[in-house]
Design a protein around this ligand. Sequence first.
Ligand code: ADP
Ligand code: MG
Length: 482
Amino acid sequence: MAEYITTIGLEIHAQIRTASKMFDNCSADYAKSNPNTRVSVVSMGFPGSLPVTNRRAVELAAVTGLALNCGVNHHSVFARKSYPYPDLPKGYQITQYEEPLCSDGWIEIMDDNDNPKRIGIERLHIEEDTGRLLHAGDNSSLIDYNRSGVPLMEIVTRPDITSPEEAKRCFQKIRQILTWIDVNSGNMDEGALRCDANVSVRLRDQANFGAKVEIKNINSFRFVERALTYEIQRQIGALEAGDTIIQETRGWNETLNKTVSQRTKEFADDYRYFPEPDIPPLLFDDAWVEARRAELPELPDAHRARFESAYELSCQDADLLTGERAVADYYETAVEAVRAVGASAKEAANWILGELFRLINDDGVSSDQMAVRMPPQHIATVIDLVAKGTITRTVAKQVFEESYRNGIDPARIVADKGLTQISDTDALATLAREILASDNAAKAVAEYRKGKTSAIQFLIGQMMKAIGYDITRMDMVDKRYD
Ligand code: ADP
Ligand code: MG
């Protein structure tokens, strides 16, 4: 079969986290409210109502553009995009078209050979979200306008992506950056972040891109990968069979595990774009843009690089510790705490990545709850108890878990349960001799002497019993703390 090249570009819609909607002071807190309780004359599109631009939403969109290495345009305008659909009460959506707020940025992802690769960001523009249609079982539909007018950004990548895996990583990277700077909740189930994927294939020696198909409203990382993998195979299959690909919009049907045609793609002309006459252009000077830049925290990639060099972490560990900002912040607090007891930042990383991640993943605890469940100071205490020889590493892991479960200071758990390791070796040697000389041990001693080395397990058990060191007890919930 001939060799095909895949071309992919993503259009990501991200709600902007503001208290009010994009063009009026109606609350944007739509998700947890009863239907049609977050509405106003503007978000319902009543005739004569006038939109007023939400300043904070514009600022946050500009901050996002800068985080994606875009330039913020000194002049940008809103436009009306007309289409008739019940979730759009005005009959048009206010968006930006010819002059977006931000353009020409990039993000860096790992390509399929694990090399860094830049994906261009063509533009970031502001628009308003639509209402939501709820389809009832009796073939009727209900409309909830709470989401109508919620601030939205659309981020458009250049067609620089060449595989479904890269597309997934690109979407993940954008989510990481947006949640990191706190402009978006990252909640894909609620639709606060969603992705349309454009894809085409062409023969390796063909100069021009093939006709693209847009797959709409993908709401998980897994589906981006699956939908694109399916669609690429479908397109190649069609071309091999002598068909032509038509530009169209398809949807990902997760039950059928395939993309299905929704409509042949409309072209820009169909939307009758024109400048929004009710909203003045956005005009910014350099000082305003620099003020937005000053709002940016250290971004994930820079953070990861600093973790690697400052804390001597592997690239992989640094990556895991900067996946989310709450984790990175938690780690830095833990580093301070462990350094105060003379331990290394690396050791804090080992406990967090090894034990804490396992525990919070099992319990489904979100990263912003980590510090509540396991104060970083408690990690420092566990490390210190091991370093001082008070407890062994094995006991430390169990103390760690217990402290995580009940919030009690690890030092208190050790003291209350008498888990202190006896480090007086003379005393231990005396005790060992007594055990070896006892009747109880005679059989095991004899077997051991005959070469059955496993008999020593019994003797170790006797020794542990004698010093009151009972590991199994640690697995049980201590009733004193209930
Ligand atoms: P439209 O006019 O349909 O909105 P654009 O040129 O603005 O198309 O591109 C929309 C998205 O599709 C962008 O993410 C872009 O990178 C991507 N794209 C453009 N052309 C192709 C193509 N031939 N194959 C795959 N993706 C493409
Ligand atoms: Mg376009």
